[in-house]
Design a protein around this ligand. Structure first.
Ligand SMILES: [Zn+2]
Ligand SMILES: [Zn+2]
Ligand SMILES: [Zn+2]
Length: 391
């Protein structure tokens, strides 16, 4: 085990061996000299483990390598067309009863809120502050390749028997649109058999807990064989040493990389990733309700348009929504068409109802908000918030 030059700390290839978890990194006996450099620890495979595969030259080992931009489309991309005119809409409003019910429910859900203000307070004013949420989703597919390895146990070896298909020519099953997903595919005609670089084809590795000795100093007597003066150590019968429990006294353990098979199957993995990239724009409203609250509720969908590439909104009563649509559509197409393939886009407009309710209780005026389809309530100045006082 002295001469293992290939295994020196070559980190060029990143974490090439994700399956290998170093054992007993902490708690190793400090009494022994540390093992020779290069014998242990995470070792990346040497560069000569990977053949040059036409069409996959940039492929690296481990996550993150081998990013592949999509090829130019053979046929011109169809240009998006403007959608139909927006329908007329009517803005719903809630009744006083709905507002009161929502408020009572809210008060009863808080253990420290007295229900009296919610029950007895009289509504003096209700004002609607309707808010629009525009959302653009762009569903993309991206592809990357990584060298991978697994213990060899007779898998077919097919490298060079035929040129491998291009990374974007390998068929993958597209999941439902707008749902994140991932598929890993072994690229055909890239598998070859290599001697395991971690154990150099031995199938076993020296045990790191006993530095290959198979035994170590007795932990009870610290290796002296005696306790409290002349008492012989019962744990080791006075030998001062005990069998290493990690390797059962063998001094070596099965290689964690090849699982003792001595050979590895080395091949290229294609990772196909589907991502729903979503951007939201909520029109500022002046009701006084914090905007964060609106991300927790649903609205009423006023408009939905889903196609390969959407056309930005041309008209809408609120110009801020039109501007957001034009900005997002141009940003998404610029950002995602370079690095991935756009499969589908969707734009929606939701109306989130917000009602500001003013009520009076014990001669004072207070405010709460009812918002979202769920009639959620928010208030900053609930007048009776201690359960220890008068209920
Ligand atoms: Zn051991
Ligand atoms: Zn002992
Ligand atoms: Zn091995």
């Amino acid at each position: 085990m002295e001469s293992q030059p290939i295994m020196s700390h070559n980190r060029t290839y990143g974490v090439a061996n994700p399956g290998y978890v170093p054992e007993a990194v902490a708690g190793a006996p400090a009494m022994f000299a540390p093992p020779a450099a290069g014998s242990f620890g995470p070792s990346a495979p040497p560069a000569n483990m990977f053949d040059t595969v036409p069409g996959y030259e940039g492929t690296m080992a481990g996550e993150g390598g081998g990013f592949l931009p999509p090829p130019m489309p053979l046929n011109p991309v169809p240009q998006p067309q403007p959608g139909p005119e927006q329908p007329q809409w009517n803005i719903p409003s809630i009744t006083e009863d709905t507002a009161k019910e929502a408020f009572a429910l809210f008060a009863s859900s808080k253990c420290c809120y007295s229900s009296a203000p919610a029950k007895e307070g009289g509504i003096t004013n209700m004002e609607a502050f309707n808010t629009y949420r525009y959302r653009l989703e762009t569903f993309t597919e991206s592809r990357s390749t990584q060298w991978a390895q697994e213990p060899y146990h007779g898998q077919p070896v097919d490298a060079y028997s035929s040129p491998p298909p291009g990374p974007w020519d390998i068929p993958a099953k597209v999941p439902s649109f707008f749902q994140d997903s991932k598929q890993i595919i072994k690229v055909p005609y890239t598998s070859s058999m290599k001697t395991c670089h971690v154990c150099l084809g031995m199938g076993r590795k020296p045990c790191r807990d006993c530095a290959g000795a198979g035994n170590k100093a007795c932990w009870v007597c610290n290796g002296s064989g005696y306790r409290h003066g002349d008492d012989r150590c019962h744990h080791c019968n006075g030998r001062g040493r005990e069998n290493c429990s990690h390797c059962h006294g063998q001094g070596s353990k099965q290689c964690p990389t090849c699982h003792g098979k001595q050979q590895l199957l080395v091949y290229i993995n294609l990772t196909v990733k589907w991502t729903n990239n979503s951007d939201n724009y909520v029109v500022e409203q002046s009701s006084g309700l914090q905007v964060e609250n609106l991300s927790k509720v649903s609205g009423q969908e006023l408009f939905r348009d889903s196609q390969y590439l959407v056309y930005p909104l041309m008209s809408f009563p609120d110009m801020a929504v039109v501007n957001a649509s034009q900005r997002f559509v141009s940003e998404h197409q610029g950002k995602f068409s370079q690095t991935s393939r756009i499969l589908q886009q969707r734009q929606t407009i939701e109306l989130i109802p917000v009602t500001r309710v003013t009520y009076s209780w014990k001669g004072k005026s207070h405010i709460y908000f009812v918002y979202g389809n769920e009639f959620k309530v928010s208030t900053d100045d609930y007048p009776a918030t201690c359960c220890c006082t008068v209920m």
